[in-house]
Design a protein around this ligand. Structure first.
Ligand code: ADP
Length: 363
């Protein structure tokens, strides 16, 4: 088992910086997802951890041991990529056994480890099949099994289930999480899919443009994004942003939008007064933190229903609010219809305010 320290690490390709001063601590046995859009530097980070890519500056340590110059085979890691390559002519058993055979591990130990890994992944009944006789999910499990049998100190997974269909992906999320918890092996898991990160990881490291934006538990990332970018990237359907400004009304600060004014709560007001100099701000509120009714309510803002979309157990309602569009997630019983007025209230204390210039969260 291993803890991992990424200490002010840079990765340059020529003059392009793909990873900029990344600092990340992963505890022994922890499952950390590295989340961000394509091109943000996730794979470069993972490849530096694996020893497949030179580290331009900074230091990576496993435990207290500096590994910058250690070749991949000496790092005690196992990787799984999106494009796993199984040997087509070998059985599932032999595919999984291969890394151990190459290391000259004893036959009885190999058998024991392959059977244990196959049991965890529920592919024990497929050990004699060849890859051509497996479904996409079974092939991926075989590739993961090949990583498990190594009993490494660290798993490095790079979008391992990205190519599977949506239903299987959802299923594999649960399985991978369970597998990691059972084995207790430290896991660094790269994905662009926020659902994977939110549902599986102990903590998420969110990256954008080579820069680490925030590290935190899924709840921290979702409920307390450090900036508008993280707030916008994490959450499905995405958070609503409304531009406005701060105005003092009757001695209290209000978020003022073209179509409504919302008083800040005393603790929110204190944060803003002590730390923010501008008056332009951006509000963020998640679709499920807005309450919508067809009847007026005290303190509610009036909008107009653009369209309603029933999505099984929920209903999405697009609302026009003073020229902006706000998406609301409500119950499928909502009875509003297109072009009718509707009334919105925001869940107390669940909305966010970001600085207009740098997008940094005030609360
Ligand atoms: P991600 O995994 O988040 O999609 P990558 O780490 O693959 O991002 O890439 C980060 C940036 O580095 C991208 O702009 C990409 O084009 C660039 N990059 C990645 N690998 C190389 C390489 N071998 N040579 C040059 N540029 C690269």
């Amino acid at each position: 088992m291993a803890s991992v320290s990424v200490d002010r690490v840079w990765k340059y390709y020529g003059s392009t910086a793909a990873v900029k001063e990344l600092a990340l601590e992963v505890a022994d046995g922890e499952f950390v997802a590295v989340l961000g859009p394509s091109g943000c530097g996730k794979s470069s980070t993972l490849r530096m951890l694996a020893g497949l890519e030179h580290i331009s500056a900074g230091e990576i340590r496993f435990g207290s041991k500096r590994v910058n110059d250690l070749p991949p085979r000496d790092r005690d890691i196992a990787m799984v990529f999106e494009n796993y390559a199984l040997y087509p002519h070998k059985t599932v058993f032999d595919n999984m056994a291969n890394p151990l055979k190459l290391r000259g591990v004893e036959r009885s130990v190999i058998e024991d480890r392959v059977k244990k890994a196959a049991a965890i992944l529920e592919i024990g009944h497929l050990l004699e099949r060849r890859p051509g006789e497996l479904s996409g999910g079974q092939k991926q499990r075989t590739a993961i099994g090949r990583a498990i049998v190594r009993e490494p100190a660290l798993f490095l997974f790079d979008e391992p289930i990205a190519h599977l269909d949506a239903k299987l992906r959802a299923h594999m999320r649960g399985e991978l999480k369970l597998m990691q918890r059972k084995l207790g092996t430290t896991m660094i898991y790269v994905t662009h899919d926020q659902m994977e990160a939110l549902s599986m990881a102990d903590r998420i490291a969110v990256m954008n443009d080579g820069v680490l934006q925030q590290v935190g538990t899924p709840q921290q990332i979702y409920n307390h994004p450090v900036n508008a970018w993280v707030a916008g990237f994490v959450g499905e359907p995405p958070i609503n942003f409304l531009d406005g400004h701060l105005a003092e009304v009757g001695g209290r600060l209000h978020f003022t939008h073209g179509s409504f004014q919302l008083p800040l709560m005393p603790e929110q007001e204190e944060i803003v007064r002590s730390g923010y100099r501008g008056d332009k701000v951006r509000m963020g509120v998640r679709p499920d933190q807005v309450t919508i009714t067809t009847e007026p309510r005290s303190g509610a803002f009036q909008g107009r229903i653009l369209v309603t979309e029933p999505i099984g157990g929920d209903m999405l309602v697009d609302v026009s609010l003073g020229g902006d569009k706000v998406l609301v997630k409500t119950s499928p019983d909502f009875e509003g219809a297109m072009d009718q007025p509707c009334y919105l209230t925001l869940d107390r204390g669940r909305w966010h305010l970001f600085g207009n210039d740098d997008g940094v969260a005030l609360f």
